[in-house]
Design a protein around this ligand. Structure first.
Ligand SMILES: NC(=O)c1ccc[n+]([C@@H]2O[C@H](COP(=O)([O-])OP(=O)(O)OC[C@H]3O[C@@H](n4cnc5c(N)ncnc54)[C@H](O)[C@@H]3O)[C@@H](O)[C@H]2O)c1
Length: 678
């Protein structure tokens, strides 16, 4: 077994290194930050201080928190100080020989089990790993500027990297609040590969006199829904960086990716791109089509070559570049037939192959599959991961269909002995997709909500009735539908930092995926009402204490704990055990009192502070949702589960027709709504 990460380290305290160290310290790790001399170290620490000060000034962080973060960063010029590091990220200058040299020194200075990562943008991980005797512990962790704020990280195993090292480094990124995507060890990895074509095509259009820079920027902003066009962006991030990236990627994949002469001249001039003049809207179709063609070609090539999955590429664009949609979502929206037309024209010009994935789908205008759900078999155990990390893995129609499809096919394979259900990124599953609910209500399509709920319920029953054991592996936030998904599994294991709850009645609805049914079968009606009617978010320890989950394990021990639970086989029917005294009081209160009396604050609490607090919480929730939820909990507990689930479905039309439901759903991320009871 491997120990948990405690001390992390960053080598190179420049723009990237200082930001990476800041993020690590922000998430509670001790960080050793190394640079060549005290002056460079001080400069790096200075960058952290400035960024933290900005965060305080902008009200994002409190001053005492930033002081604690700073205390966790230990600047040093001595490699010897790396001996306690569990993982080191190298972020020195982009120079191959230098990187190979520092990796040799890292290998000598660190423990044999320390993971060594490089943040290189343009070299291959295997080139850097070739310099050391232990390449199995070397991988690429490619962060994006600003690494304390941008959540994307590309995780790149080299040819010799141990899969266990990749898994541990991946889990650490999630612990750091990063959104990792997998890339193979190839020039430009995922995001820079299509991003560089976007930049280079913009420059070539300027060269071809199709439009001036400001026009190209403006059209790029509109087409891709971004805040800055390619020229403004190069001016901000550095024109030489664009030249460097396009040169290396161009060397690997041909001149479409490489720099036009115009870029080299611009770098020589040391001037930013001139953004004067006026915008010429007539250039829109040409500019827009060419930018899309370049991005689509490069993105489809990534899938053809197996560098990245289509959905991960989209995540890369959304999280790393802040595009509202990734290349594959864009192709699907415009139609792959149209995307194929654009790409074919560009490919002809450059005498390149049209990527076969696009050529195939484009023939019938069929969309690219976006992998909202991933599966990974490992020694008989299949881990199924909901993969919408930037939407907290919210459940929608596509996620539901893919989950059900993958679960059915994987669980039926004879070699599968058990299934683990997990979430990508920092959350497990943060419930159902609220935007889908809102859209459906506004378009008078509540039937779609009913259909989604019915389908998800059927999937959860399939999970529950699966003859092979299923474990929910909760490593972060699980809300509403997320908890309901977990409750359909035989066992639930959660990390100490995981939190769970049913926020539905606070947004005008009730849990409709078994939350009012399976919960009572685990913890009884009293505590179920406490959770559902108050919306109380509980910790993993509390959930364990009341019997809602089966085990708590640290992040590093989570897989082992899941495996132990799976070894127990499918669980039998559960009977709720008596809760600890503190919770018994809550259970009794919610059993003895009518929901209306609790809502109105007239139930007798005997002055008990905890009960008063719970009663007050209920008073802020939507009255109709409370009434339906309470009766579902009571009545459902007296009938077989399947019947109780049907009762949940039966009230959907009523609840989604209320004013409170729409007001509640629209209030998310804003101030708490005042419910009318209508
Ligand atoms: N800047 C970006 O947007 C970006 C994005 C992703 C990845 N990267 C990669 O991150 C790495 C660092 O880039 P940066 O922009 O932070 O560079 P930078 O020039 O700001 O910082 C590099 C730091 O490394 C230090 N350094 C050099 N040799 C060293 C040694 N032998 N030991 C310890 N420290 C040493 C330097 O003193 C400097 O502080 C590069 O590999 C770059 O390609 C950069």
């Amino acid at each position: 077994m491997t120990s948990a990460f405690r001390t992390l380290a960053v080598l190179g305290a420049g723009n990237m290194g200082s930001g990476i160290a800041q993020k690590m310290a922000t998430e509670g790790f001790d960080v050793v930050l190394v640079d060549v001399d005290e002056e460079k170290v001080a400069r790096g620490i200075g960058i952290i201080d400035r960024t933290l000060r900005e965060a305080v000034d902008r009200g994002i962080m409190r001053a005492d928190r930033t002081a604690a973060i700073r205390e966790r960063v230990h600047g040093t010029a001595r490699f010897d100080d790396l001996r306690d590091a569990d993982l080191v990220v190298e972020a020195v200058f982009e120079d191959r020989a230098l990187k190979q040299d520092v990796f040799k020194r890292l290998e000598a200075a660190c423990r044999p089990d320390t993971i060594l990562a490089t943040n290189t943008s343009s070299y291959l991980v295997r080139e850097i790993a070739s310099a050391v005797k232990t390449p199995e512990r070397v991988l690429g962790l490619h962060y994006f500027f600003h690494p304390a704020k941008n959540r994307l990280v590309e995780v790149i195993p080299g040819t010799a990297t141990d899969p266990g090292v990749v898994r541990r480094a991946w889990a650490l990124q999630e612990q750091l609040g990063k959104i990792p995507i997998a890339s193979t060890d190839t020039s430009g990895f995922v995001v820079n590969r299509f991003f560089v074509v976007w930049l280079m095509e913009a420059i070539r259009m300027l060269d071809d006199r199709i439009a001036n820079a400001i026009t190209i920027d403006e059209i790029a902003k509109r087409t891709f829904g971004v805040g800055m066009g390619p020229f403004e962006l190069m001016n901000v991030s550095g024109v030489p960086i664009a030249l460097h990236a396009s040169t290396t990627i161009g060397n690997a994949f041909g001149p479409l990716y490489g720099p036009p002469e115009r870029l080299e001249k611009q770098v020589e001039s040391r001037e930013p791109w001139a953004l004067g003049g006026t915008v010429d809207v007539s250039a829109e179709p040409t500019v827009s089509d060419r930018l899309m063609a370049g991005v689509f070609l490069a993105a489809a090539a990534l899938v053809d070559e197996g560098v990245a999955m289509s959905y991960d590429t989209d995540i890369g664009a959304r999280v790393g570049l802040r595009w509202p949609r990734g290349p594959f979502e864009m192709m699907n929206r415009r139609g792959t037939a149209r995307a194929l037309e654009l790409v074919t024209a560009l490919a002809m010009k450059w005498q390149m192959q049209v990527p076969s994935s696009l050529a195939e789908l484009g023939k019938t205008n069929a969309p690219f599959l976006l992998e909202y759900v991933k599966s990974r078999p490992d020694n008989g155990v299949v881990t199924i991961t909901v993969n919408r990390p930037d939407a907290m893995n919210a459940l929608n129609e596509t996620v539901g269909q893919q989950l059900a499809g993958i679960f059915t096919s994987m669980s039926r394979q004879p070699e599968t002995t058990g299934v683990v259900i997990a979430g990508a990124g920092r959350s497990f599953v943060a419930g159902a997709d609220i935007r889908f609910f809102i859209r459906s209500i506004e378009r008078h399509e509540v039937a779609r909500i009913e259909k989604l709920t019915e389908d998800l319920q059927a999937f959860l029953l399939a999970v529950q009735n699966c003859p092979k054991p299923v474990v929910a592996r909760i490593h972060g936030l699980a809300l509403g539908g997320g908890v309901e998904l977990a409750l359909a599994c035989d066992y639930i294991v959660a990390t100490p930092n995981a939190t769970m709850g049913f926020p539905e009645t606070g947004i005008g609805i009730y849990p409709g995926l078994g939350g009012t049914q399976r919960t009572t079968r685990r913890i009884g009606t009293g505590l179920t009402k406490w959770l559902v009617l108050t919306g109380q978010i509980i910790s993993a320890q509390e959930a364990l204490a009341i019997g809602l989950i089966d085990a708590v394990a640290t992040r590093d021990e989570l897989d082992a704990a899941a495996a132990r639970l799976l070894a127990g086989g499918p669980s039998l029917e559960r009977r709720p055990a008596a809760p600890p005294a503190a919770y018994q009081k809550l259970a009794d209160f919610f059993t003895a009192n009518d929901v209306e009396a609790i809502r109105q604050g007239t139930a007798k609490t005997g002055g008990d502070e905890q009960l008063e607090k719970a009663m007050k919480a209920v008073g802020t929730k939507a009255p109709i949702a409370l009434r339906i939820a309470a009766s579902l909990i009571d009545e459902g507990s007296r009938v077989p589960l399947e019947q109780g689930l049907q009762m949940e479905l039966a009230h959907l039309r009523e609840i989604f027709a209320t004013k409170d439901a729409l007001a509640g759903l629209l209030s998310i991320g804003r101030t708490r709504p005042v419910f009318e009871g209508a």
